[in-house]
Design a protein around this ligand. Structure first.
Ligand SMILES: [Zn+2]
Ligand SMILES: [Zn+2]
Length: 300
């Protein structure tokens, strides 16, 4: 089992870790936690801890989408440098969350430009100020509003913003020729999502955003998402994006029906499955329940 899922699935506290035998702990910590899967000759997926990294080794330089955390970003950089001596041309952040941008700092002095949606930069700055981690950030030097693109030799990279979703600054990052889109945390594959209302997330808007995006891309587009449940892949197809959209619709429908029936907040939070989307199971259902309850109360 990967270290990441081990930690997440068992919700081990430091105290519990201390109870593990020394040998168990040693093998657990020595587990090489990262994995690279090439999707084409030049485009690959790196997973370790935090949101999925996508990279493209271009003829003129390497493009990296998202950066996880400093330690895992370093692993990713080292692995890429085993494959190419070309410089890092561009780092893209799908959105500001720490599991996608904390590793930016590992690219300081290595990468030419960092690009993200304008709200992603605003959110990253606000969180860093709040947490007093400004010195640990590498911020985007390039931001955009609705679309941004750049030509790479033999490939074109297009960033699009279709509206609020997981936050108010999530980009769809499309390698046009390869027809691969990194959707960041706009899709959680069979895992209950984080819905960051403090950063402008909105479930109703999220549904529209996914509709706009899936009609913009083709039926054969390969999507890469930030997180998947154990046993599910972060590399997905249109059907998986649509099923996640269905999950969000079912979440809102269930919430409004529960409110209409006069269900108490306490009883609502005892929900273990979103009706209509039983494939989303396991830990974390309190996150969407809380977000949906708050959003429906705001709508009223
Ligand atoms: Zn994430
Ligand atoms: Zn996120």
């Amino acid at each position: 089992m990967q270290r990441r899922s081990f930690i997440k699935n068992t919700s081990l506290t430091l105290g519990a870790l201390a109870l593990l035998s020394k040998s168990t702990l040693a093998s657990f910590l020595a587990d090489p936690a990262y994995k690279i899967t090439m999707l084409t000759d030049t485009i690959g997926v790196f997973t370790e801890s935090g949101g999925t990294i996508l990279f493209m080794i271009g003829k003129k330089g390497t493009v990296v989408v998202d950066s996880q955390f400093p330690a895992s970003a370093k692993h990713c950089i080292d692995e890429i440098l085993k494959k190419t001596k070309k410089p890092f041309a561009l780092l893209v952040n799908t959105h500001h969350h720490g599991d996608h941008t904390a590793g930016n700092i590992a690219f300081k002095g290595l990468v030419k430009n960092v690009v993200a949606h304008k709200n992603s930069k605003i959110n990253q700055e606000a969180v860093a100020i709040k947490n007093k981690t400004e010195d640990k950030q590498l911020y985007p030097d390039t931001v955009y509003d609705t679309a941004w693109s750049t030509k790479l030799k033999g490939e074109k990279l297009i960033l699009k913003y279709f509206g609020a979703g997981h936050t108010n600054g999530d980009s769809f990052v499309h390698f046009e020729k390869a027809n691969i889109v990194h959707v960041g945390d706009l899709v959680f594959n069979r895992r209950h999502p984080f819905i960051d209302r403090t950063a402008g997330a909105n479930i109703a808007e999220w549904i529209k955003t996914l509709t706009a995006a899936t009609s913009n891309y083709s039926d054969t587009t390969t999507y890469v998402c930030g997180h998947a449940a154990t046993g599910f892949d972060v590399v997905i197809k249109k059907i998986d994006v649509l099923q996640f959209r269905e999950y969000l619709s079912n979440l809102l429908k269930y919430t409004s029906e529960s409110m209409a029936k006069g269900m108490t907040k306490d009883d609502f939070f005892k929900t273990t499955t979103i009706p209509g989307s039983p494939e989303w199971k396991g830990d974390g259902i309190s996150r969407p329940l809380e977000a949906a309850w708050a959003e429906m109360n705001t709508v009223k």
